[in-house]
Ligand binder design. Structure first.
Ligand code: G3P
Length: 216
């Protein structure tokens, strides 16, 4: 399973990159706004900076919701860097645009996916990635991890090449469950990635080793 970081914060991207486990980055308009990135030029520059920091794919989301607008915006984003993946919402014009991008050599990440039916449509249209939002599904009393397993199974049976990119991760346990359920990629906040490090017995064991080392 690949590890992406779900942020537009450069310090957090650098920290995950320095750990040596980072395979890519996903962003969305909320995450960009959180960093205070405003205006087309600043947005483009920020994506370029992220692409220079990491060697893997970087998802950049379109803001248009009509076919023509999504295509125009996606072309501009894709021109920033070869690692840019155009993030397109799961709406009718989005599916149409994903198909257009696929036929024109531009990779896409279909976002805001909450059902297996939507995931099938994204794969049929030729999305490189599909992003089911598992945390938000959990928030609405459904099982996000179950959806990851269902989509992974469907893609495997049907031979779809689209990668399952588990998004809206809220904890280290989510990451473990995504790995267990067949996600190809997990995009996570830095805290969830660092949460994987934690175990009280590791801390207790290390303290004891360091204490005993004084007697060596
Ligand atoms: O990038 C999309 C997704 O990861 C958003 O997560 O926490 O806002 O539901 P969240």
């Amino acid at each position: 399973m690949k590890f992406f970081i779900d942020t537009a914060n450069l310090a957090q991207i650098q920290e995950a990159h320095d750990l040596g486990i980072l395979d890519g980055v996903t962003t969305n308009p909320s995450l960009m706004a959180k960093e205070g990135i405003k205006g087309e030029a600043a947005i483009m520059k920020h994506y370029e900076t992220i692409c220079e920091m990491v060697s893997g794919d970087v998802s950049a989301e379109v803001l248009s919701t009509d076919f023509k607008g999504i295509v125009e915006e996606g072309k501009k984003l894709a021109a920033i860097h070869p690692n840019i993946v155009v993030k397109v919402p799961m709406i009718k014009d989005g599916v149409k645009a994903i198909n257009w991008f696929s036929e024109n050599g531009i990779r896409t990440n279909c976002t805001l996916v909450f059902s297996a039916g939507q995931a099938i449509l994204a794969a049929k249209a030729g999305a490189a990635y599909v992003s089911p939002f598992i945390g938000r599904i959990d928030d609405s009393n459904w099982d996000g991890i179950e959806l990851i397993a269902q989509i992974a199974q469907i893609y495997s049976i049907q031979g779809f090449k689209t990668e399952v990119l588990a998004a809206s991760i809220r904890s280290a346990l989510h990451i473990v469950k995504c790995a267990e359920s067949g996600a190809d990629v997990c995009t996570c906040p830095l805290d969830s990635i660092l949460g994987l490090l934690k175990h009280p017995l590791t801390d207790i064991g290390l303290a004891k080793f360091l204490e005993d080392a004084k007697k060596m």
